[in-house]
Ligand binder design. Structure first.
Ligand code: PGA
Ligand code: ZN
Length: 413
């Protein structure tokens, strides 16, 4: 088959350029594009600009490799191995993590089209055989209703205030609740004279303290008749690396903007406990900076009002080795999986397998600078994670991913 590829800049959700790769087969256009982050951890695969990406694609002759391989048609796993061997550096500094993922996802999409099998089924067969034939619906979607920190350009300490609806609901039932909660929440903001905007991941942004936001979320959810901790719970992404004041390994300190206060690890833990006593908070993502080992260590044994879901994101960077270490150190019992942090679908699923082997749960996650590509929804459907976070339901690039899940769920059930 003689395929022609097109590679050109398109816009991402932050009005910046990123690359799209596309082709036409049997009058059907197949395309791929990948996201990047804002609060980026130092252990992630590097993300190249458009100019750097084009340069890397030329240097590594990637379009020719792609063309040749699509005539031989190795499996996506074998194609990913070729990409990995081309640039074995741990952070993909030669090809770029975003370029590697672009080719990995594009190849998997073309392959799935040629094999006449939906992408999520292909991913299950190739990477996730133990769960083949499972049903969607066990995943709790974490809706990011309020954006703080760098995602909201506000004084909020927490970057993401997420609500998860509990009690084994279908994805559609969870999305329906998110629709109702959004309506109610906007009304509450109006009643409280809060003028609001929309943050990077579709959450509302407005002037408030972290406590005020939690109160409003609680009122919003309970106004729908939902019971705390049985029907809904709050999950916070602290993204603590963004708030480091001093980096002394024996005593990191953090700055809380809304309180205009500097706290050390003990102070931060006390604040988390105080908040968890007042509000139905169950999840803390990156509660400490990625290198603040003492913070992570102390949090393990700190008294708490209930079991927490403690998630690594910047800490673990979807890196199988670091996930294993962090799980064994018992810093985390959940891990964020972001494909562009590691570079290929093969390595993404390897990270998922490692998390399973270490008996920790996973959260499949989007990034703050997304495109409308929906491959992430297919990864969710392929591995049925305990949690998935795709932002709030109100920005096109987030909405598209929820819509793809709705389509897949309809096909599966
Ligand atoms: P990012 O944010 O894409 O800006 O890294 C998402 C997150 O921190 O979970
Ligand atoms: Zn995070």
């Amino acid at each position: 088959m003689d395929l022609t590829f097109k590679l050109y800049p398109i816009l991402n959700s932050q009005g910046e350029f990123t690359l799209e790769l596309s082709t036409v087969i049997e009058n059907t256009r197949i395309s791929a594009s990948v996201p990047t982050g804002t609060s980026v951890g130092t252990k992630e695969a590097v993300s190249f600009s458009v100019v750097q990406s084009i340069d890397a694609i030329k240097r590594y002759n990637l379009l020719n490799i792609l063309k040749n391989k699509l005539t031989e048609l190795p499996t996506p796993r074998e194609f990913d191995e070729i990409l990995i061997n081309l640039d074995p550096s741990p952070n993909k500094q030669g090809i770029g993590g975003n370029v590697t993922l672009l080719f990995s996802v594009f190849y998997a999409k073309v392959y799935s089209f040629m094999m006449r099998i939906p992408l999520y089924k292909l991913l299950t067969e190739v990477y996730y055989p133990p769960l083949f034939n499972t049903r969607l619906g066990e995943t709790v979607l974490l809706f990011n209703l309020v954006n703080g920190g760098r995602h909201g350009n506000s004084r909020l300490f927490f970057q993401e205030f997420k609500i998860g609806f509990l009690g084994k609901k279908t994805l559609m039932e969870q999305i329906q609740l998110a629709v109702l909660l959004n309506k109610r929440f906007k009304r509450l903001l109006k009643e409280n004279n809060k003028s609001y905007g929309i943050g990077l991941e579709g959450g509302y942004i407005f002037e408030a303290t972290d406590e005020e936001v939690l109160e409003l979320l609680q009122r919003g959810a309970e106004g729908l008749g939902l019971q705390p901790l049985s029907d809904y719970a709050i999950f916070l992404d602290v993204a603590a690396s963004e708030h480091v004041h001093t980096e002394d390994p024996q005593n990191y300190t953090y700055y809380i903007p809304a309180k205009e206060k500097i706290v050390d690890v003990n102070g931060l833990i006390d604040w988390y406990t105080e908040l968890a006593k007042k509000f139905p908070i169950v999840g803390f993502e990156d509660p400490f900076a990625e290198n603040d080992n003492l913070g992570w260590e102390k949090f393990k044994t700190a008294p708490r009002p209930r079991q927490y879901i403690i998630t690594g994101d910047d800490l673990t960077a979807t890196n199988p080795t670091i996930i294993k270490e962090s799980a064994q150190a018992k810093y985390i019992n959940n891990v964020i999986i972001k494909p562009n942090q590691i570079g290929t679908l093969k390595e993404t699923f390897q990270a998922i397998h490692i998390a399973n082997n270490e008996h920790i749960t996973i959260t499949i996650s989007h990034r703050s600078r997304e495109t409308n590509d929906t491959f992430l929804s297919h990864i969710v459907a392929a591995c049925n994670p305990t949690y998935a976070k795709l932002g709030n339901i109100v920005r096109g690039e987030r909405t598209e991913k929820y819509n793809e899940l709705i389509r897949i769920e309809r096909e599966l059930i």
